[in-house]
Ligand binder design. Sequence first.
Ligand code: DON
Length: 325
Amino acid sequence: LISRAFRQQFIIPEFQQFCKHIEDIYEKCKKVTSGKQASYIPQLARVSPNYWGVSICTIDGQRHSIGDTTVPFTLQSCSKPLTYAIALNELGEETVHQYVGQEPSGRMFNELVLDYNNKPHNPMVNAGAIIVISLLKTMVRPELTLAEKFDYTLQYFKRLGGGEYLGFNNAVFLSEREAADRNYALGFYMREHKCFPEGTNLKECMDYYFQVCSMETNCEATSVMAATLANGGICPVSGEKVLKSDSVRDVLSLMHSCGMYDYSGQFAFKVGLPAKSGVSGCVILVVPNVLGMCIWSPPLDSLGNSVRGVTFCQELVEAFNFHKY
Ligand code: DON
């Protein structure tokens, strides 16, 4: 970082000026007060709707955070690109995609539906993420117990985030498991259609899925994970190559087409950047080869995306030339 600073070779040379613009967008979005927190579990319904945080990490490790960026929230569906990344990295694209497709589903994220090959549409919807979890359980270090696999996954996520905050919210986990009729239905439906790899224990697999959804992070740490994806798999904070560049390319491709629930097509059209949202109100946004961001505001729109999160992304590409096309 320092040698680049001396050579004035930062990817965003006028970083302070850039951050000033980001702060203006942050303030503008603060005025947006529509949306409602997820209510299917009490722990999410109780979170203050006023939390509002944006963190940036560039591929050369320049950082800026505005607002509530150290308040913890659960990863929820923002864990989906991360578990998919581990599966790709450890098993390769060919193996992973024998079990899950690459097509937007055009349906809600938890819909009971498979594609024309009887596979889940993609790893960013619940069905696909549950399959990815089953691959991690049965095919990646299969000798590990569920407890060891939890640690393995946590450590992997932590490396993506440069060792910054990553915890686990047990109350959210217990509630997720309590309120999981639809996810269990998806599990049984997929078992009926022989979607799972051999040796899958459905109950263990569902627990593992709820556990990764319940991992706890904050905007600052998550912006580093996003920056690792922006940087071809090298964490800009630790310098560690965590993911192969091919794995990152695949993750970003599907974030681009499937990452924002049933708003993904419009988001790809309007914002033109890979992103992933979660029901806790977080959005991971990647500007490839430039920076990663985490945007967090709990109130969601009818499709499940953070209202301020989506507004922020749209304002961002109005102000800067980040849309890919
Ligand atoms: O599976 C569920 O219902 C949630 N824990 C998933 C969270 C989420 O963000 C929805 N995603 N696609």
